[in-house]
Write a protein that binds this ligand. Structure first.
Ligand code: GLN
Length: 212
């Protein structure tokens, strides 16, 4: 029985929940999705999704709830994670805002990537684009980019899963996946399926990936 946790402090929690439940149903997987708001829930899950939303809020809330270290510890021990948009920012080792620079916001800092927040501009610069994500097959994946970040640098253990023009929009390091777009906002569940496959197989990875 798979237990998928969605960090439940802020952001598009419901959309990720529905995507995971849809994959579980279509794959005939026994499992459940639970919202993680405290240490208690964290210890019972097999994988964690950090949703899109506002990274300063998400980071601040997990910090004030005493969750930064416990989540970090589980990730260093190999628990799979998927961070989308703000979720990726929270996972990144370093982030800064395109306009206001580094605000030293609280983050998990477990993924060896540098991320520029609000990289394309404000809300009205949000857009959609068809992406090539070879690990998901030949069919394009519709990327929804909302006040999206860009990944400006990656460490040597980080695999690029997709690029849009010249910028990196999806990455994987060990069991951790990060996207600058929102796979939970489209009907296509292939990325969530891929994440569930990682949880099920729990592909062994060399660790530690990135130590602060
Ligand atoms: N701009 C947001 C941030 O920096 C991310 C936006 C999103 O998750 N859609 O946190």
């Amino acid at each position: 029985m798979l237990r998928v946790g969605i960090l439940g402090v802020q952001g598009d929690i419901e959309e990720h929940t529905l995507s995971i439940l849809k994959v579980m149903k279509s794959n005939g997987l026994k499992g459940e999705v639970l919202q993680v708001k405290s240490n208690g829930e964290l210890s019972s899950i097999d994988g964690l999704i950090i949703p899109g939303g506002e990274s300063t809020n998400i980071g601040g809330l997990i910090s004030s709830r005493g969750l930064l270290k416990p989540i970090r510890d589980r990730l260093y021990n190999g628990m799979p994670a998927l961070g989308t948009c703000a979720g990726l920012i929270v996972l990144a080792k370093k982030c800064y805002d395109r306009v206001v620079g580094d605000k030293s916001q609280p983050t998990l800092g477990v993924m060896d990537v540098v991320v520029e927040r609000n990289s394309y501009g404000r809300q009205k610069e949000s857009f959609e684009a068809d992406l090539d994500i070879p690990i998901l097959g030949a069919e394009k994946f519709r990327g929804v980019f909302i006040r999206a970040p860009t990944i400006v640098d990656i460490g040597s253990n980080v695999k690029v899963l997709s690029r849009l023009n010249d910028s990196i929009v999806a990455v994987q390091e060990g069991n951790i996946i990060g996207t600058t777009f929102h796979p939970e906002l489209v009907e296509d569940t292939r990325l969530h399926r891929y994440f569930l496959e990682i949880i099920e197989g729990n592909i062994p990875q060399s660790k530690p990936r990135f130590l602060p």
